[in-house]
Design a protein around this ligand. Structure first.
Ligand code: 8YV
Length: 331
């Protein structure tokens, strides 16, 4: 019988997913959380027909050109700014992501982070932990209301829509959004959101949540000039990608009180973060965990594995391809 295809699992993942993949493939598995350098990734992909990657595993045209036997790279993430998709298309290599399975968990977390920022939960917990709570005070950690306020959403894909529904149906919020493309009227009605231009979004939002993909055009699309257009009582929540927000400008604006608070799950240069953010009190910081429920992370890993099995095990198309335009897979 033909030799089984070889794959690389580039990062530690659920042992049962590794075992499942071993039933189909010869598996080389990075048992560690440490991201391979580009040189090491390129070298370890030698002879591999497929790869299981996640955010931070950068796959570009050079990596693909050095591995002409590679047919699919399955990313365990919905975002794929770690892939050069044009290079995948040109090389005929399938690229896949994990949409849908993480939408609701990620929306839950985004909403929670926004609420935590609005209601000053992290700041007040730090106060308790420092032993500073001696008495009740009428204005102690008084924040901004979420219910009945205006929710602004920048980016309106699956996760943005799930957040809009929570705000509109659950919290009686007015929901405005900005996106390159407007949703169909019936979708806008179902999620309870109204399209506005970016300036209106910035000016109207009491709570602005960022849920857009990271592309070169979106780099620092929230910087000092945009923050200056927001209400001084507003909050800003980023669950999208580091680099969408100018973190240095945000830290400065938070310190100066130009906006009330922020909730950040993603950072420029993560896992390192701008040290200024660590000393600003009015920000809630989490380590890129918006999709991190046990069930959702399992579903993401399973979908990435299923994409590899579809292409390399069954010779079929992947379940969730992200290749765009005319695409001819490598033989
Ligand atoms: C992942 C994410 O945990 O899906 C995404 O785009 O950002 C997260 O769900 C992350 O990409 C893994 O590195």
């Amino acid at each position: 019988s033909a030799p089984r295809p070889a794959i690389l699992i580039a990062r530690a993942v659920f042992p049962e997913i590794v075992e499942q993949l071993r039933e189909h493939f010869e598996v080389e598995h990075n048992p560690d959380d440490v991201i391979y350098s580009k040189a090491e990734l390129t070298q370890r992909l030698q002879g591999k027909a497929g790869a299981f990657t996640t955010g931070g595993d950068r796959v570009d045209g050079e990596v693909l050109a050095a591995n002409p036997q590679l047919r699919i790279v399955a990313n365990m993430a919905v975002g794929y700014n770690n892939f050069d998709i044009a290079a995948f298309n040109a090389a005929g290599v399938w690229a896949t992501n994990t949409p849908d399975v993480l939408t609701e968990s990620t929306a839950d977390f985004g909403f929670a982070l926004m609420m935590a920022a609005a209601r000053r939960m992290a700041e007040s917990e730090h106060f308790l932990r420092r032993g500073e709570w001696k008495k009740w005070a009428y204005d102690m950690f008084a924040g901004g209301d979420v219910h009945g306020s205006t929710l602004g959403i920048l980016g309106m894909g699956r996760i943005g829509q799930a957040i809009a529904k929570r705000g509109h149906h659950g919290f009686g919020m007015k929901v405005v959004y900005h996106n390159r493309s407007r949703l169909p009227a019936e979708t806008e009605a179902a999620v309870g959101a109204t399209w506005v231009d970016k300036a209106t979004l910035l000016a109207q939002a009491d709570h602005l949540v960022l849920v857009l993909p990271y592309t070169p055009e979106n780099h620092h699309c929230i910087a000092a000039a945009e923050i200056a257009q927001m209400k001084p009582t507003a909050t800003l929540t980023n669950i999208a990608r580091g680099g969408i927000v100018d973190d240095a400008a945000l830290a400065e604006a938070l310190r100066a009180g130009r906006i009330a608070a922020a909730g950040l799950d993603v950072f420029e240069g993560e896992p390192a973060l701008n040290p200024a953010l660590l000393t600003v009190p009015n920000v809630v910081l989490t380590p890129h965990i918006a999709s991190a429920t046990v069930a959702t992370r399992r579903a993401m890993a399973q979908l990435a594995a299923d994409n590899l099995i579809a292409v390399l095990g069954r010779g079929a198309a992947p379940l969730t391809p992200i290749n765009a335009g005319p695409f001819t897979p490598r033989a």
